[in-house]
Design a binder for this molecule. Structure first.
Ligand code: GEK
Length: 246
């Protein structure tokens, strides 16, 4: 691990007070390690975002990475897109994330243009989009504005475009929900997090990360007009969906 890829020990201290989770500089410093040790399948999903963008990016269109953090999906798309005259627009409202993301993108030599925007994606225009990626970001948006955001994304997409939505899930069956949470807990333990760290991070994320069920996501996507919505990836309570604009 290099200096800019520190190990995540943010929630390890036994005697500290942790407020609500925010995407600040401390999180930025450990983010690549944090997300890989916390989200089962993250690396696979990022890799596949590149393949999907290669397949669905249309010439003369935009690809969006909404809640781009340090630009993992942006880079995956940038490295695979073949269509001519494609621009990637990557948005995050954390100034610390955007600052580090810019350094990472500047060090990358691929020539697909990337426009990096530090703004609230709820205020962002979506325009002429053939690929839209929301990789574990909708779960951080207040539930009451999720319907209108998904409609806004749909309206900004071209026919034949794909929306890639990755989310932590809840399950209607209480027994299954408990099992998935236990398996995720074990995944984190296996990746070196202590029980205390896991518990402290969980309470920092309370009311900040608000997951929903697969049925809820599918219904919202259908209501917005998306068709062919299907799960293409799931590991425990972490998933990714594809939805198409007809
Ligand atoms: C990845 N997609 O590596 N507007 C813009 N950005 C936002 C907003 C908002 N309203 N709310 C949250 N964010 C990335 C991982 S992380 C997921 C995404 C995680 C941003 C927030 O600043 C953070 O960078 C990102 O959404 C969520 O594939 O950490 O579990």
């Amino acid at each position: 691990m290099t200096d800019d890829q520190q190990r995540d020990t943010l929630f390890a201290a036994a005697d500290a007070e942790f407020g609500q989770f925010t995407f600040d500089q401390k999180v930025v410093d450990v983010f690549p390690d944090m997300i890989k040790r916390s989200v089962p399948g993250y690396t696979t999903i990022i890799h596949m975002v590149g393949q999907l963008a290669e397949r669905y990016a249309q010439a003369g269109s935009n690809c969006y990475d909404l809640g781009c953090s340090l630009g993992a999906s942006t880079l995956a798309m940038r490295h695979r897109v073949q269509a001519a005259d494609v621009k990637i627009i990557s948005i995050d409202n954390s100034p610390d994330m955007i600052k580090r993301c810019k350094i990472i993108l500047d060090a990358d030599s691929h020539d697909v243009p990337v426009e990096l925007r530090c703004e609230d994606l709820l205020q962002s225009p979506i325009d002429n989009a053939s690929v839209v990626v929301m990789n574990f970001t909708l779960q951080f948006i207040q539930p009451d504005v999720r319907d209108s955001l998904i409609r806004h994304i749909y309206d900004g997409m071209r026919p034949g475009g794909v929306f890639i939505l990755s989310e932590k899930l809840t399950f209607n069956d209480a027994h299954h929900d408990k099992l998935m949470n236990e398996l995720h807990y074990y995944f984190k333990k296996t990746n070196g997090y202590s029980g205390l760290e896991i518990a402290q991070k969980r309470s920092a994320l309370e009311n900040v990360l608000i997951p929903e069920s697969l049925e809820c996501h599918k219904q919202r996507l259908a209501n917005a007009g998306f068709r062919g919505t299907e799960l293409w990836f799931q590991c425990f309570n972490f998933s990714s969906l594809l939805a198409f604009k007809p």
